[in-house]
Each structure stands twice: as structure tokens, then as C-alpha cells.
Design a protein around this ligand. Structure first.
Ligand code: 3PG
Length: 394
């Protein structure tokens, strides 16, 4: 695909799709990571004489104007990140957008209102896309994290204007390729989360691509049930036991080593500071639930990780939001961080919960790459082609 480097942007209004879907509380941005990550793209477009006009969605207003979902509330954080004022239009098409764009000069940057205030955005309506396209002379997509949506501003526009990838999009694709496309082997994937049923595509794809697959969180319980191990009152999808057995059999055929908990941390209630104990994996009391993996599991994981050159991580190993059930996740995260710092591991992580867990473990800065994407990271790990990326291919 094209990038800012090989596109003619001089004097052009560059419609730049970014992801400003950031957490907001009482009208204030509480985590500006996604905003900070778009700065290189904005600056590089400006350096080439282009005028970035930012397009983004916020939340899920479902085609209606919802005041609490206005991108206006993101402006102060955006201006702080860019170190300049940002012009704003109340609509991403029509009069307000046209007037604003007509006033812009080189060096300026503008933001248009939430694209999802229009129904045409999620429908990828050609007329709506054409109204946005009419505002600019080129299109840059820097929203990898929204690229799993085939929407007008993520997919449609790429077909209507000279199109290319922004810096963050480039960096995401490069990191993901290093992790699963053409990785240094052996490769380990860590997959956690509550349910096996929502991660079947993911597991199937990973079995074929990785050498070690660590299964953690609630989904590990379903695998334990599949192996005939009782899990008490733990979260588990018993009806998925056959599926889990089929996955274990396929892993054995594919030569993929599956790592399940060897020991467990159990408690009678799911609350902070609840009384808990470490037990062998097959000793979960009938009235207790598994909330984390134990120290023996972490040791085995650390040893296997030490043999690997690449790590891709999605999903915590335990109920990390609640102490003390964050220990396995924290210890594994620190092991990955240490190996990465020592130059022995390429580590890539993504997904909302995962990044929150790594943040909590204090290791975000030590990973090789942390994706800004949630759903898009997962779909990419599932081996799916993301429509927003596909539309950029030339
Ligand atoms: C995200 O926050 O993961 C992206 O911005 C996509 O948002 P969506 O799930 O509402 O499409």
C-alpha cells in the first residue's frame, strides 16, 4: 500500500481517518494513548504540505446525533497532544464541513464531528462516502483499530480518493506481521478471557501458526472440564467440552504445545481480598471457583517463554481486575518484559483488557509493540482480512 512517503499531498486537504474512540468520564479523556499515537501522522502530512482533516467515530450513536457522543469533548486532549489548536465542524459532511475546510491553510489541522452520527457510515453508503470524499484530495487511514469495520470512513473512502496508510497503521501492520505473519520461531501465543465460544476462530488459527499456546482465564476452565477435571463453581462452558477436546487433539496433530494451568488459585467468592488458596489443578473444591493460575503454572510458562523468540498476547490469565487474582498475569507480563528488554523476545500484545492488565503490571513500555486495537486485533489474530486494510492494498 501507499504511505505518506510516496503520496502527493502538497496543497491538498487530506482526509485522515483516525481512532479517537477513547475512554471519557464526565466529558474528560481518561486515557489519551490513541490520541497521542496519531501525532506522527498529522505532523508528517503537514510536513508534506498537506492539511489533515481528521475523521473519526466515537462510541455507537447508531446513525443519530447524540450530544454525549460528540467529538467536541475530545478537542482539548487532541489540541494538547498536537500542541496546536484544532478547528472543528459540527458535521462531517454538508455546509459546516465545507465551510470549515474552505478556510483551512497549510499548517492547520481540523476535526470533523462523529462520522457515526450518519447512518451512511456503518452502512458504507456510497453517497455518504462521496459527500466526505468531496471535501478532500487524498485519504490516509491511520485507524488500524477500526479497520475491522467496513464503514464509509474506513473502507468506502479508500476507493474514492488516492489512499494510503498513516504511520500508526504502518507500525501496527509491521508489528503484527513480525508476530504472526513471518515471525522468528518458536512462537508463543497467550490467550485468555472468559469464554471459549467467542474465541474458537482465534484458537483454530493459532494452532496452525504457533508452537506454544497458553490458555488462561475462564476459558482454561472449559479445557479442564474437557479433560475430566472438576472445576467447582468456576465459570466454564460445559457444553463446549467436546469442542475443547477437538482443539486439544488438533494441537497434538499440529505439533502445537498447549499450556493449561498446573495449579490454581481458588476462592469461595469473587471479590477483592477474598480468602484464597493455591491448589493442584485437580483439587478444586465443589464450592470454590478458580480465579487465577498458580505459581507452578507461572514457572512452567516462564520456562517455555524463555525458549521462544516471539510472543503474541491477548487476554489475561486470571481475574486480574481484582487482587490477589492478578498475580499470574502480572508475573507472566514481567517475564515477557524481561525477555524483551534482554533482546531475546519480540513481544506483541493487544485487546482492551490485555492492555489494561499490562498497564497494571507496569510493563507496557517494555513490550516490543502494544496495539491500540481491541476488536481489530482479535480479528487479525483470527487470521481475518480487515476490510479497512484490504481497501488500502494496491
Ligand atoms: C474500538 O474502540 O475498538 C474501535 O474504535 C472500534 O469501535 P467499535 O467496536 O464501536 O466499532
Amino acid at each position: 500500500f501507499h504511505t505518506i512517503d510516496d503520496m502527493k499531498l502538497n496543497g491538498k486537504v487530506v482526509l485522515t481517518r483516525v481512532d479517537l474512540n477513547v475512554p471519557v468520564e464526565d466529558g474528560r479523556v481518561t486515557d489519551a494513548t490513541r490520541i497521542e499515537k496519531i501525532v506522527p501522522t498529522v505532523k508528517d502530512i503537514q510536513a508534506k504540505g498537506g492539511i489533515p482533516v481528521l475523521l473519526a467515530h466515537f462510541d455507537r450513536p447508531k446513525g443519530r446525533r447524540v450530544d454525549s457522543m460528540s467529538l467536541r469533548q475530545i478537542l482539548p486532549a487532541l489540541e494538547a497532544a498536537l500542541g496546536q489548536s484544532v478547528a472543528f465542524a459540527d458535521d462531517c459532511i454538508g455546509g459546516p464541513a465545507k465551510h470549515l475546510v474552505a478556510e483551512l491553510k497549510p499548517g492547520d489541522v481540523a476535526l470533523l464531528e462523529n462520522t457515526r452520527f450518519h447512518e451512511g457510515e456503518e452502512r458504507n453508503d456510497p453517497t455518504f462516502a462521496a459527500s466526505m470524499a468531496a471535501l478532500g484530495g487524498a485519504y490516509i487511514n491511520d485507524a488500524f483499530s477500526a479497520a475491522h469495520r467496513a464503514h464509509a470512513s474506513t473502507e468506502g473512502l479508500a476507493r474514492l480518493l488516492p489512499a494510503g496508510a498513516g504511520r500508526l497503521m504502518e507500525a501496527e501492520l509491521k508489528a503484527l506481521d513480525a508476530a504472526l505473519g513471518d515471525p522468528q520461531r518458536p512462537v508463543m501465543a497467550v490467550v485468555g478471557g472468559a469464554k471459549v465460544s467467542t474465541k474458537l476462530d482465534l484458537l483454530a488459527n493459532l494452532l496452525e501458526k504457533v508452537d506454544h499456546l497458553v490458555i488462561g482465564g475462564g476459558m482454561a476452565n472449559t479445557f479442564l472440564v474437557a479433560k475430566g477435571i472438576e472445576v467447582g463453581t468456576s465459570l466454564a462452558e460445559r457444553e463446549m467440552a467436546d469442542t475443547a477436546r477437538a482443539i486439544l487433539a488438533k494441537a497434538a496433530r499440529d505439533g502445537c504445545v498447549i499450556h493449561l494451568p498446573l495449579d490454581i488459585v481458588v476462592a469461595r467468592e469473587f471479590k477483592a481480598g477474598a480468602d484464597s488458596e493455591v491448589l493442584p489443578v485437580d483439587r478444586c473444591p465443589v464450592d470454590a471457583m478458580i480465579l487465577d493460575a498458580g505459581p507452578e503454572t507461572v514457572e512452567a510458562l516462564r520456562a517455555a517463554m524463555g525458549q521462544c523468540r516471539t510472543l503474541v498476547w491477548n487476554g489475561p490469565l486470571g481475574a486480574f481486575e481484582i487482587e490477589p487474582f492478578d498475580r499470574a498475569t502480572n508475573a507472566a507480563a514481567r517475564a515477557a518484559a524481561d525477555l524483551t528488554r534482554a533482546g531475546r523476545l519480540v513481544s506483541v500484545a493487544g485487546g482492551g483488557d490485555t492492555v489494561a492488565a499490562l498497564n497494571k503490571a507496569g510493563v507496557v513500555g517494555d513490550f516490543s509493540f502494544i496495539s491500540t486495537a481491541g476488536g481489530a486485533f482479535l480479528e487479525w489474530m483470527e487470521g481475518k482480512e480487515l476490510p479497512g486494510v484490504a481497501a488500502l492494498r494496491v
